[in-house]
Design a protein around this ligand. Structure first.
Ligand code: SF4
Length: 362
């Protein structure tokens, strides 16, 4: 019988992989969410955090052309673009002046024409123009791709970008850390071990990172459990992960949907289970788990804040990846704060490194 007491006792005795898979498969999502919420309240009380950030994609040109992706355009496509360093610097300056953003989240596709000098010019130019801004991005996947194009080691790329102004590596590219899933959803991207290696290298050169998981496509419960356990081991080893962000797969405009490999988005009960099992596995090893409203929608995000999540990630001004996949949600500091308040939490603005906390008052 999978009730709250049963789940509590399994978790208190140390959750094995087989336990976690069994709970995920057999327990009602409400039961898992209740126990996950109890743990979250012990870890971070009733606070919910998020950063005020702007998202800028330097280029949508990508030669990886993953079946999960609606964002990329092939080289020479009429909608393909590369933003100049000055364009990016101007956009950050404007976002700081108009919205008071504290973070630049910068990512893009695998564009073989870009050089390391381009990224150095972007990062150092942003820091010169707006010194208060914390720069988050690229992902380990981009680091791996560009290291191969530039014939450098990934560690060397990380070190050079850090000197240029990079503060935090974003958590993308992890998808699901299992090769049998990756060969279908991202066949031309790096393998799971390389994602883990580059995360560790980032921690070793003094960069913090986020960690993500893309769920709701072809994965099975054991893939979710193995992924979260791999992130937990990484954190136990290095302590460099700032937060864990499960990202719901949005299938619209992707080849996975067109080819009939997925039929549509996962149901909300599945989202709740994913967040809850993540908290049951991670406990306090990673304090903050993100409710990624840009892919779940804001209504579901508030439920996730009672299911193990305790961070709303960011205002994400100008986010494009989910928009290309058909989602058109926008938000503000006040709206994210009210989502937290609606479920009895106190909203706090944080910086990327989770240092400053300023309560957002009604
Ligand atoms: S997910 Fe990333 S690597 Fe894959 S096609 Fe999209 S931009 Fe390129």
């Amino acid at each position: 019988m999978c009730d709250v007491d049963y789940v509590r006792s399994i978790v208190n005795n140390g959750l094995s992989k087989s336990d976690a898979v069994r709970l995920f498969v057999e327990c009602d999502f409400r039961v898992l969410a209740k126990v996950a919420n109890e743990i979250t309240e012990k870890v971070t009380g009733n606070s919910v955090t998020f950063v005020n950030n702007v998202v800028i994609n330097y280029s949508n040109i990508c030669v990886a052309q993953c079946p999960i992706c609606a964002f990329y355009r092939p080289p020479k496509h009429p909608e393909a673009y590369v933003r100049s360093p000055q364009e990016i610097i101007n956009a950050v300056r404007e976002a700081r002046a108009r919205y008071g953003v504290d973070e630049l989240h910068i990512n893009g596709g695998f564009n073989p024409d870009l050089t390391i000098e381009y990224f150095e010019e972007v990062f150092s130019g942003v820091k010169r123009a707006v010194p208060e801004i914390i720069i988050k991005g690229p992902t380990a996947a981009e680091v791996d791709f560009y290291a191969r194009v530039w014939r450098m080691s990934s560690r060397e790329v990380l070190e050079r970008l850090k000197v240029a102004g990079l503060d935090v590596l974003s958590g993308g590219g992890a998808e699901i850390l299992s090769e049998d899933v990756r060969k279908i959803i991202t066949p031309y991207k790096f393998d799971a071990n390389t994602w883990l290696r580059i995360q560790k290298e980032a921690h070793e050169v003094g960069l913090h990172t986020n960690a993500t998981m893309l769920y709701g496509h072809i994965e099975q419960p054991h893939h979710i459990v193995e992924h979260v356990m791999a992130i937990k081991r990484l954190q136990e080893e290095t302590g460099g992960v700032l937060m864990f962000i499960p990202i719901k797969f949005v299938p619209w405009n992707t080849r996975l949907l067109k080819d009939g490999i997925v039929k549509g988005p996962a149901p909300p009960e599945y989202d709740i289970k994913v967040i809850a099992i993540s908290r049951l596995i991670l406990g306090s090893t990673i304090g903050r788990i993100g409710a990624y409203w840009a892919s779940t929608g804001k209504r579901l995000a508030s439920t996730l804040l009672l299911s193990g999540a305790n961070d709303l990630v960011g205002t994400m001004i100008n986010e494009q990846v989910m928009k290309q996949a058909g989602l058109r949600e926008y938000t503000t500091i006040e709206e994210l704060a009210s989502i937290a308040r609606e479920v009895g939490r106190r909203p706090y603005l944080r910086d990327t490194l989770h240092r400053k906390l300023i309560e957002v008052k009604p």
